[in-house]
Ligand binder design. Structure first.
Ligand code: ZN
Length: 241
């Protein structure tokens, strides 16, 4: 008898990104109302207002003091609950307008996080080793993973595929190992580091000027609100999950 795993689907850290809710709805539709699968809407206030966040980006608000925004207080509450429940894995679902297809973000190569990726069709994994991770979920709870899916690729088969992965992971279903491309991010791509002309040449996962692999660049949500355009991976290698 194996020990029962318990997982959390953390939906809508960004209020206008419905993927986590769609996957949970799919799981319920299948009658997969296992008590092992728990669900939490991360930012209900932003969901109600149909915005990304209300006062500060929730996924940049973990471990912040003073907790002077709604999202900083919310991040604290979420993290306390997660630690108390001791989840085998927290699945944090996002959507993006960046041209990235489906990708996973991790902080360090946590065994359960990498095992979950093995149940998905995801082949691009980004290990966030820059300072931003310390204020995000993945940098706050080792057994966690953020999944980003490009908006225009979201389909029934993407949702069903991720729901399958959740169920198969939960039941430790035997699977084949697979190779992914692992990118290690150590820096931001700041606006001032690159000319406007070069900004337009940045392509996700394609090495730029022999320097770095851009991650989550393009029509993204960071651009307007921050001093950076995306993330820079200085390393790419094969990794078996
Ligand atoms: Zn998001």
């Amino acid at each position: 008898m194996s020990v029962m795993k318990r997982i959390l689907i953390l939906a809508q850290q960004h209020g206008n990104e419905p993927l986590g809710r769609l996957i949970y709805t799919e799981l319920k539709k299948r009658g997969e109302q296992s008590p092992q699968i728990e669900y939490m809407v991360a930012n209900p206030k932003a969901v109600r207002q149909k915005v990304r966040y209300t006062e500060s980006d929730l996924n940049r608000s973990f471990n912040c003091r003073p907790r002077d925004t709604y999202e900083k207080r919310r991040a604290h509450t979420i993290l306390q609950k997660i630690k108390m429940r001791n989840y085998a894995l927290v699945l944090d679902f996002h959507t993006t307008n960046c041209e990235v297809g489906s990708m996973a973000l991790v902080h360090g190569l946590n065994h359960e996080a990498m095992n979950f990726i093995g149940y998905t069709t995801i082949t691009k994994v980004v290990d966030m080793q820059n300072d931003i991770a310390s204020h995000s979920l993945i940098g706050s709870y080792p057994n966690s993973i953020s999944i980003e899916v490009e908006n225009k690729t979201i389909s029934d088969s993407i949702i069903k595929g991720l729901a399958d992965a959740v169920i198969n992971f939960l039941h430790n279903k035997p699977r084949k190992s697979k190779q992914v491309k692992l990118y290690t991010v150590t820096e931001l791509i700041t606006k001032k580091s690159i000319s406007i002309v070069d900004q337009k040449r940045l392509q996700n996962f394609v090495k730029f000027n022999d320097q770095y692999y851009p991650i989550l660049v393009g029509n993204n949500s960071y651009k307007k609100q921050t001093h950076y355009l995306g993330f820079a991976a200085n390393n790419k290698r094969g990794y078996t999950v």
